[in-house]
Design a protein around this ligand. Structure first.
Ligand code: GLC
Length: 592
């Protein structure tokens, strides 16, 4: 693996709408981000990914872009964006934007032109089809295809794929009776036709325009979806709606690499940009092509634990993840990625519930006292932080923000949650159970405003926040944690400092990864080893005290999530109270 400028960095995701509101309108904005750059610098992060701030109707919170060259006025102006780039540069911070090019908004001018003339140039920018109404199937007419589905007014759709946000992927083209367009996400997100070289040119021009402006790179949204299995066809339905998941089609689509390689060569590579792909459904053998030395992307996210236990039947059927399952996911990824490239490690993002509410068993979270809950949050942080790859922190993770306690479906903004609600209710799941499932899985959990302080609206805005603040803000907020030497925020600062400490960084960045005590339930442990140095991360990821063997004599404790407390350790053994986690340098000799 070739060494890259970004390997020793720590990355941070900002969800601008909920980060910091500088003008009191209840919506976070770019000037708000600029005000907080010193905070991020103090935390120790280097790369900052902004979820979309482009002009957008915000049907999917900015992942529906109506102008790639403009900033949405709710977030600020292009001058604000330029200022952000300058201010970031002054502080050696790198700004990465979201690149959303599987689809645009139905309010983008390309789509408006396509609607005006579906057979014209812009019609080719999208997947448009002129359809016919179903007739009574005549044997041999070709209309009796196995799984065909119709629009509500009887047009036979080209395929039965279910959009990620519910319903068929085909929607009537505004202003037309018999023309339809494809959207694998929301109906306000028409898919761009990547098969059309003109579309690809438009996209590359736009990417280069932003990189020339001084952007460090992109997080690349939903990118696997750009390659469709064509011609359109239906697959066996997987729910009573007669539709099938997009994932089924993606298994069959081949050739995405040609688009991705072209995009890399025309844009990212000449700029030495940093890119991180949102890649689901990749095939294991494709990893070198994705993140190897000449990969399509610099890195990609590991979603193995986020998708773990998810059920196609609906959110109420999703399984909770145990510490041992979580460990398995981490270790499997490490094994799979090995030295191929640098994976991006997360415990949450804007599409996921809060990490501490998911990866610490909820029954533990409920039954532990404040102190042990904090210890557990630190344990999770330390365990994911030192596996090989680039660690990402999602806003609020560093202060241990938790899932939002939902009272009613009326509080929900997220379109994916609203669809999940419909799916569950249609299946007869009770309101209470459906609500609890949304509380566990919903995307709003990560989107509630950042809890800066115990002041009005958690110090996020002087106005009325666009999404309700988590009521625990009086207890969980940054202002209080900055003052408290034992806080999670301070612990995150220590984690970052340790990863960057030149005495250990070679091992923590490039050292081999070796599972340790992988058969012990609720022990999350591994070794990082380089020539001449071994670092052990050892976490008792459960409530009970455990005495564990050490693989070699401890040389130095580098980090302890219960500092100041007695740590019973002998040459060969260590005793860890519930969720206690240590990172230590080991001496050269091994016991076994
Ligand atoms: C990605 C984004 C998500 C968005 C979707 C459609 O998964 O992370 O927030 O809804 O793509 O753009």
């Amino acid at each position: 693996m070739k060494r890259q400028w970004w390997h020793d960095k720590v990355a941070y995701q900002i969800y601008p709408k909920s980060f910091y509101d500088s003008n009191g309108d209840g919506i976070g904005d770019i000037p708000g981000i600029i005000e907080k750059l010193d905070y991020l610098k103090d935390l120790g992060v280097d790369i900052i990914w902004l979820s979309p701030v482009y002009r957008s109707p915000l049907a999917d919170q900015g992942y529906d872009i109506s102008d790639y060259y403009e900033i949405d006025p709710r977030f600020g102006t292009m001058e604000d964006m330029d200022r952000l780039l300058r201010e970031a540069k002054k502080r050696d911070l790198y700004i990465v934007m979201d690149l959303v090019v599987n689809h645009c908004s139905d309010e983008h001018e390309w789509f408006k032109k396509a609607c005006a003339d579906p057979e014209g140039e812009y019609g080719q920018y999208f997947y448009l089809r002129k359809l016919e109404k179903a007739q009574a199937p005549v044997p041999g007419s070709g209309l009796e295809t196995e799984y065909s589905v119709c629009s509500p007014d009887g047009y036979v759709l080209p395929c039965n794929w279910r959009s990620y946000f519910g319903g068929p992927v085909w929607e009537k083209l505004p202003g037309h009776e018999d023309w339809f367009y494809l959207h694998v996400f929301h109906r306000k997100q028409p898919d761009l036709n990547w098969e059309n070289p003109k579309v690809r040119e438009e996209i590359y021009t736009m990417i280069n325009w932003w990189l020339d402006k001084g952007l460090a790179g992109f997080r690349i949204d939903a990118i696997i979806n750009i390659k469709k299995a064509l011609p359109f066809r239906s697959y066996a339905p997987d729910r009573a709606d007669g539709l099938c998941t997009i994932g089924r089609m993606l298994q069959e689509a081949s050739g995405v690499g040609e688009f991705l390689g072209e995009m890399r060569d025309r844009t990212f590579k000449p700029h030495q940009a940093f890119t991180v792909g949102e890649v689901f459904n990749e095939k294991a053998e494709e990893l070198p092509a994705f993140i190897g030395d000449n990969g399509y992307f610099s890195s990609m996210f590991d979603f193995s634990e986020t998708v773990w236990g998810s059920s196609p039947a609906g959110w109420h059927k999703n399984k909770g993840i145990t510490p041992d399952d979580y460990r398995q996911c981490l270790f499997d990824t490490q094994k799979k990625v090995a030295d191929i490239g640098f994976i991006s490690n997360i415990i949450e993002n804007h599409d996921e519930p809060r990490g501490v509410s998911r990866y610490i068993p909820p029954q533990d979270m409920q039954s532990m006292d404040e102190e042990m809950r904090l210890t557990a949050k630190k344990a999770l942080a330390a365990v994911y932080f030192f596996v090989k790859g680039l660690p990402w922190i999602y806003q609020g993770q560093e202060i241990g923000m938790e899932n939002y306690p939902l009272q009613s479906i009326d509080e929900v903004d997220d379109i994916a949650s609203l669809d999940a609600w419909k799916v569950m209710r249609r299946q007869g799941v009770s309101e209470q159970d459906a609500l609890r499932a949304i509380e566990r899985n919903g995307r709003d959990n990560a989107r509630t405003p950042f809890q800066w302080s115990a002041a009005h609206a958690a110090g996020f805005t002087t106005g009325r926040p666009w999404l309700q603040v988590n009521p625990n803000f009086t207890k969980i907020n940054l202002e209080q944690q900055v003052k408290d030497p034992a806080s999670l925020f301070r612990f995150y600062r220590d984690l970052i400092a340790l990863r960057k400490n030149p005495q250990y960084s070679e091992t923590l960045l490039y050292g081999s990864f070796e599972p340790y005590l992988a058969d012990e339930s609720c022990i999350l442990s591994y070794l990082r080893r380089s020539s001449g140095q071994t670092i052990l991360v050892l976490s008792n990821y459960g409530k009970e005290t455990r005495t564990l063997p050490l693989p070699a004599k401890a040389k130095k404790i580098l980090l302890d999530n219960c500092p100041g407390r007695d740590l019973p350790v002998t040459d060969r053994k260590i005793t860890l109270s519930g969720y206690r986690t240590v990172v230590m340098e080991l001496s050269g000799g091994r016991f076994f």
